[in-house]
Design a protein around this ligand. Structure first.
Ligand code: SF4
Length: 63
């Protein structure tokens, strides 16, 4: 089963890195200024892994 992207809302500092790197799957919530999943990917690509690794506070995980 494909894993899902999970963004820890307590950890996210709203730096906007993940939406910049991958606007198809991540977006910044305009109310909370925290990232949220725009669309779950059908498979976890290297690009998505790189975006996850780019989060400065480790707020993005795969579950
Ligand atoms: S890269 Fe991390 S801290 Fe920055 S917006 Fe995305 S989830 Fe939040």
């Amino acid at each position: 089963m494909t894993k899902k992207i999970v963004i820890n809302q307590d950890k996210c500092i709203g730096c906007n890195t993940c939406p910049l790197l991958d606007p198809n799957h991540f977006e910044l919530d305009q109310n909370t200024y925290k990232a949220k999943v725009k669309k779950q990917p059908e498979k976890i690509t290297d690009d998505i892994q790189n975006t996850i690794a780019s989060c400065p506070v480790g707020a993005i995980t795969l579950e």
